[in-house]
Design a protein around this ligand. Structure first.
Ligand code: SF4
Ligand code: SF4
Length: 478
């Protein structure tokens, strides 16, 4: 089996364990599957993230442990010669939403989200990429280069016949609205520091090997550098530019020199925005995701070498850079970036702990705020940072919703065959919690989560950057 992802981190997994049950084929991928110890924790229903597909169906066939059993059967040749095309494997993997809940909560950190990417990549290699997956994966490109796509999405949301056509030909549920792009994409704030831009836009001069280990290298009192790079992901770029502007305002007000990440002048496509490749990776289009990652690594190389932090807004993008990119076989650049990239709230919490973020905020007029964490935020323990940051706003009343994945999970919730189960996932905890507090403000940092909340609760939700901007004592312009 030719792996599409790099599974070498599992090279020694199960070594010397007579009970590991490592399948006969699949190499290191098989070892990653076999880390499951079969204790069925994932088939109970405690609170936490794991496992939305099992909880929503109440069927163990849709739990991580049962997926492992079918994968093992496939890799042991029990599903025939071409197991990756077998409908039994397809059925086992279908409802995994890649939430990473099992990676965080199961006894042996089974990484089913990554396993599903390998599975999809294997399936794509056999039967090709579906038109729907191609449309979704290339959305960042379409939005940048084909202006009619913005109007088409808005038109489709208002014309039921067009939504029906979309379901018939592309498998996009007519029951669901699509997220609508902003009237205009993100534009550079006038306050961005042009002196910093050459760091990320300058020449691609070969640089010496990486020598410094990140932000630590510049955080001594002697250097006291407050430069950072803001990565404006596809979703902030095209759908919610206000979030990127708000983050820029807050970080600038706190005294940081904020540069916005751009493609290198000598990039193959210098005018195309950099992208983490999440939309490709989540649909098993690994080569395209790797290409996007390489563009980013190249553009970020000087910043990585200088130990300048990279700050981003969308959990699934930033945590892709930190976690999934390590499986793309990109070596040291991916490792360096994974250590130097932060969510907006992680960066502020960390800087505040170091007494470098001293900005004070004013109270907000709103009452209680309910906070829904993106499942990847929860999976890497980033909710602690969010809690810390919200405490910087005086008298701010908030409550975290205890919920699993919202069910939207990228494009999963708008796929015709998954629209209903997606909403059942939302109904497990998230939507009842919102209904119980009809007047609360809602905070949700995930783009998909905000869309699911709009769909399921008919309410708007906000990224923490907007809240902090509104709580600035001195209004700033950008
Ligand atoms: S997937 Fe994790 S929780 Fe489920 S049976 Fe395997 S080890 Fe246990
Ligand atoms: S990634 Fe999420 S949906 Fe998939 S098996 Fe793990 S907990 Fe379940």
């Amino acid at each position: 089996m030719k792996h599409r992802l790099d599974w070498s981190a599992y090279e020694t997994a199960g070594q010397g364990d007579a009970y590991a049950g490592i399948p006969a084929t699949g190499g290191d991928f098989a070892k990653a599957v076999a880390v499951c110890i079969g204790d069925k924790q994932c088939q109970r229903k405690p609170k936490g993230v794991m496992c939305p597909s099992f909880r929503a169906t109440d069927d163990v066939a849709h739990s991580p442990g049962e997926r492992v059993k079918v994968l093992k059967a496939a890799l042991n040749g029990e599903l025939g010669d071409d197991a990756f095309a077998d409908p039994r494997l397809a059925s086992a993997m279908e409802l995994c939403v890649g939430c990473k809940g099992c990676k965080r909560e199961c006894a042996n950190q089974v990484d089913m989200a990554a396993i599903k990417i390998e599975y999809q990549a294997q399936r794509n290699a056999r039967s090709g990429v579906s038109l729907r997956d191609l449309l979704v994966a290339t959305l960042p490109d379409q939005l940048q280069h084909r202006r009619f796509v913005r109007s088409l999405i808005r038109w489709r949301n208002r014309a039921p016949w067009l939504a029906q056509l979309g379901e018939r030909f592309f498998g996009i549920s007519a029951k669901r609205k699509l997220p609508e792009p902003a009237a205009a994409a993100f534009s550079f704030p006038s306050g961005s520091n042009p002196l910093q831009l050459p760091l990320v836009r300058g020449s691609a001069e070969p640089a010496p090997p990486l020598t410094r280990g990140g932000w630590e290298g510049l955080s001594s009192p002697e250097t006291n550098d407050k430069s950072l790079i803001l990565f404006v992901d596809t979703f902030a770029m095209h759908f919610d530019p206000e979030i990127a502007h708000a983050a820029h305002q807050v970080l600038t007000a706190a005294g940081y020199n904020v540069s916005i990440l751009q493609a290198l002048a000598d990039d193959d496509e210098p005018e195309r925005a950099l992208c983490c490749g999440r939309t490709y990776l989540s649909l098993g289009q690994v080569d395209a995701a790797r290409h996007e990652a390489q563009r980013m690594h190249r553009a970020l190389r000087p910043a990585l070498e200088a130990g300048i932090p990279i700050v981003g807004l969308e959990p699934s993008c930033i945590l892709s850079l930190r976690d999934d990119h390590l499986k793309l076989g990109l070596g040291e650049a991916a490792i360096a970036l994974s250590k130097q990239v932060y969510l907006f709230e992680e960066f502020i919490a960390r800087e505040h702990d170091r007494k470098r973020f001293t900005l004070e905020f004013k109270p907000l007029p709103q009452g209680k705020t309910l906070v829904h964490g993106h499942c990847h935020q929860k999976a890497v323990g980033a909710m602690k940072s969010l809690r810390k940051v919200l405490r910087l706003i005086p008298e701010f009343e908030f409550e975290f919703i205890e919920a699993s994945c919202c069910g939207m999970a990228g494009s999963f919730g708008v796929e015709a065959e998954h629209a209903d189960i997606s909403m059942r996932m939302a109904e497990l905890d998230l939507l009842p919690a919102l209904r119980a507090e009809p007047d609360a403000t809602i905070l949700a940092n995930g783009f998909s989560c905000r869309h699911q909340i709009r769909e399921g609760a008919a309410r708007q939700s906000h990224h923490v950057a907007l809240l902090l901007r509104d709580a600035l004592k001195e209004p700033t312009s950008c």
